[in-house]
Ligand binder design. Structure first.
Ligand code: NAP
Length: 279
């Protein structure tokens, strides 16, 4: 069997078009502010892409670039002023921030109504409580859309999520639980990972280790979502799943790149529009 390719790039493009149409009808211009501290090249690319996507969608975006040695108070005062700015509906602090900054304090100081990354305790709590008024972290939200595009009814499926980060693994597990999956969360201390993966109807890998999930770990007919982004020796990107081998068993699988990645920005736009509508 050869798996259906889950085309996240095409799905995200269609979603962005729908969002642009929604923005036109909205009557207000949703505004996203992105804060970048330092000059990490990867972060600069991510921020640029976010700003570009915002503008293409008809939204307003502002970028706040601070030097790598900016003190906590300076970053905090940018967040405080954006919290108070009625034209800004979404605030995103690009992570990671330099080590001298207390990122938890900064993140938790973002107004939950503008927390488009879904990382404040209020939004995390709403996700766990099943309160739909919260903002859901973008990458897991986008991953769930891709899964549901393959199979609408996930009730009773065994979903295995490898990774338990606040940004991805934990919210992904909550979203799958809300879809009535039986969810197993695996992490670096998990024993018998291979045996656990072999039971997965839905396997989501978010570790950051190139091709650690082997083809024979994939159950026949599984949906495989590969969140990992790893740079190989030849400079090319690959995921956490050994794609070529896994597609022999899987029913559907995301490629890297072109799978989950494009969904993150599309869902960031979606969250900013949701925040603007709620404001
Ligand atoms: P993270 O915070 O580093 O978390 C990695 C998780 O993997 C941790 O929970 C860790 O377990 C677990 N882990 C590490 N080694 C393991 C092993 N040998 N077996 C099983 N689990 C293991 O990373 P993250 O932010 O969640 O991101 C994960 C990957 O997804 C990265 O490659 C990142 O670049 C990618 N990502 C992509 C997008 C996108 O837009 N496409 C967005 C977010 C992340 P412990 O908790 O026990 O340490």
């Amino acid at each position: 069997m050869s798996a259906k390719l889950i085309d996240g790039k095409a799905f995200a493009a269609a979603l962005r078009e729908d969002l642009a149409a929604e923005v036109k009808k909205l009557g207000i211009t949703p505004g996203l502010a992105v804060i970048l501290v330092g000059e990490d090249p990867a972060s600069q690319v991510y921020v640029r892409n976010k700003i570009k996507a915002c503008e293409k969608c008809g939204m307003k975006s502002s970028e706040f670039v601070l030097p790598a040695d900016a003190p906590q108070e300076e970053v905090q005062s940018v967040i405080d002023s954006l919290n108070a700015d009625a034209d800004i509906h979404g605030i995103l602090l690009q992570l990671p921030v330099p080590d001298h900054l207390d990122s938890d304090t900064l993140i938790q100081s973002i107004d939950p109504a503008k927390d488009v990354d879904g990382l404040t305790f209020v939004n995390q709590g709403k996700l766990i409580a099943g309160d739909k008024s919260g903002l859901v972290p973008c990458t897991p939200q986008g991953s769930l859309m891709l899964i549901k595009d393959v199979e609408e009814n996930l009730s009773g499926k065994h979903a295995v999520v490898i990774g338990r980060s606040l940004l991805f693994g934990k919210p992904m597990a909550q979203l799958l639980l809300a879809e009535n999956c039986t969810v197993t969360t695996a992490h670096s201390r998990t024993q018998n990972l291979e045996e656990i993966c072999k039971q997965a109807d839905i396997l989501v890998a978010a570790v950051g280790r190139a091709k650690m999930v082997k083809g024979e770990w994939i159950k026949d007919g599984a949906i495989v979502i590969d969140v990992g982004i790893n740079r190989q020796d030849d400079g090319k990107l690959c995921g956490d799943v050994d794609f070529d081998a896994a597609q022999e068993n899987a029913a559907a699988i995301t490629p890297v790149p072109g799978g989950v990645g494009p969904m993150t920005i599309a869902c960031l736009l979606k969250n900013t529009i949701e925040a603007a509508k709620a404001a």
